[in-house]
Design a binder for this molecule. Structure first.
Ligand code: SF4
Length: 367
C-alpha cells in the first residue's frame, strides 16, 4: 500500500472556452488569474504606470484602467505599451473610447454592448474592430447598472436577472459572430452573486471573471470575496478573479492570490502555519508569527513555516512543515523537515528561522 493520498483540488474546472488577454490566457485549462484596477487618473500616465508596476510586483497578472474621458483614452497607447502586464480598458457608454482602446493596443476592453445598443450599428463595428485586432471583450454586468428591461421583468437584481442580462449582452455580439468574450455578473451580496455565476456557468461556456462588487472596506471585503470566490472556485467555476476593496489595489491582489493559494489553484508561496495560541502558550505567538512573516516576506520559493506556541501540539505541526519552531521554557525547538536541528533561546528564534529559511530556499533554487 502506498501513502494515503490527500486531495489537492476540490473540483474539476468547469470547461470554458479560452480567450487570450494579451499574454495571459483566461479560461480553459489556464490557471485562474488575479486582476485589479488602478485608482489613479488614467490620463496621468506616470502615476498609472507606477501603480501598475506596484501591482505587478505584488502578483497582479492583469490590470484594468478606467477610461471616462478623452484624455484617458489618449493615454491608453502608452500605458498599454509600457505596462508589464496586460491592460484592460474599462469603458461605459462611449463607443468612441472602445475604438480608441482597441486601436491603442489594450489587451481587452470591458464594455457592455447593452449600454451602446442605442447607437444603432455601433455594436457591429465594435465586434469587427475587436475581431480585427484580436481584442477580447469583457461584458461586466453589475447589479447597480442592470438593464431597465430586466429590472422591470424581475423587479430587482436577482441571480436570474443578472445571468439573463449577461447572456443577452453576449448575444448582441454573437449576432455579429463575435465570441471572444468573458463575462462577470457582480453583486454586493455574495449569496446572490454566487447563484448568478452558477446559473451563468450552466448556460454558457464563456470564461468567467469573478467579483463581488462594492465588497466594502478591507476586512469585510476580504471575507465576502473569499467566501463567494471560495464557493464558486470549489465547484470549478471562475477563470479570473478581482477582489474589490475600499483599500489600495495592491491589497486586492494580495487577497486574490491568497484565495487562490488557499484552494491550491496557485502554487503556495510563503505559508505561515501558526497556532492561534491558547492557555498553554509559552511565548507571544502573535508577535512571533508576525516577526517571522515580516522576516520571510518576499521569498520566492514555496515554504511552509510552522510557528507553535508550546510543545504540546507544536512538534507535530512543525514536523509537517519545511521549517518550524515549537516554543517552551523560554526556548524554541527549531525543526527542519521534521527533525529538531537545534534549540535556541527565545530571543534567537526569529533570526534562526530566517537563517534556516534562506538555506532551504537556496537548496530549492539549486534543485
Ligand atoms: Fe495552544 Fe500549544 Fe496548540 Fe499553540 S500549539 S494552540 S499554544 S496547544
Amino acid at each position: 500500500l502506498g501513502m494515503p493520498s490527500v486531495p489537492t483540488r476540490l473540483a474539476e474546472r468547469r470547461k470554458s472556452r479560452q480567450i487570450q488577454v494579451g499574454t495571459v490566457a483566461v479560461g480553459g485549462d489556464a490557471p485562474v488569474s488575479v486582476q485589479s484596477m488602478t485608482t489613479t487618473r488614467t490620463s496621468d500616465i506616470g502615476a498609472t504606470l507606477q501603480q501598475i508596476a506596484e501591482l505587478t510586483a505584488s502578483g497582479c497578472q492583469i490590470v484594468r484602467v478606467a477610461c471616462p474621458t478623452q484624455d484617458d483614452a489618449d493615454a491608453l497607447a502608452t500605458i498599454a505599451r509600457k505596462s508589464q502586464i496586460p491592460v484592460i480598458a474599462d469603458i461605459h457608454f462611449q463607443p468612441k473610447y472602445v475604438f480608441a482602446a482597441i486601436e491603442a493596443g489594450c489587451a481587452a476592453v470591458r464594455v457592455n454592448p447593452g449600454n451602446i445598443k442605442q447607437f444603432d450599428d455601433k455594436v457591429k463595428e465594435i465586434a469587427r474592430a475587436a475581431k480585427d485586432h484580436g481584442t477580447p471583450i469583457r461584458i461586466g454586468v453589475n447589479a447597480g447598472s442592470l438593464d431597465r428591461r430586466l429590472l422591470q421583468k424581475y423587479g430587482k437584481a436577482t441571480p436570474e436577472a443578472l445571468a439573463e442580462s449577461a447572456l443577452w449582452e453576449a448575444s448582441l455580439f454573437e449576432e455579429h459572430d463575435f465570441r471572444d468574450i468573458k463575462i462577470s455578473v457582480k453583486h454586493n451580496d455574495p449569496v446572490v452573486m454566487v447563484e448568478a455565476y452558477r446559473q451563468l456557468a450552466a448556460q454558457c461556456d464563456y470564461p468567467l471573471h469573478l467579483g463581488v462588487t462594492e465588497a466594502g472596506p478591507a476586512f469585510q471585503g476580504t471575507i465576502k470575496s473569499a467566501v463567494a470566490f471560495g464557493a464558486l472556485l470549489s465547484q470549478g467555476i471562475g477563470d479570473t478573479i478581482r477582489v474589490s476593496l475600499s483599500a489600495p489595489p495592491v491589497e486586492e491582489v494580495k487577497v486574490g492570490n491568497q484565495i487562490l493559494e488557499s484552494l491550491n489553484l496557485k502554487q503556495r508561496g510563503l505559508e505561515i502555519v501558526s497556532c492561534p495560541s491558547c492557555g498553554r502558550a509559552q511565548v507571544d505567538v502573535y508577535k512571533l508569527a508576525e516577526e517571522v512573516t515580516a522576516g520571510l516576506t518576499g521569498m520566492e520559493v514555496p515554504l511552509r513555516v510552522a510557528v507553535m506556541g508550546c510543545v504540546v501540539n507544536g512538534p507535530g505541526e512543525a514536523r509537517e512543515a519545511d521549517l518550524g519552531v515549537a516554543s517552551g521554557n523560554g526556548k524554541g525547538q527549531i525543526f527542519v523537515k521534521g527533525e529538531v536541528i537545534k534549540t535556541v533561546p527565545e530571543s534567537k528564534i526569529v533570526e534562526t528561522l530566517i537563517e534556516e529559511a534562506m538555506k532551504i530556499a537556496e537548496q530549492m533554487e539549486a534543485e
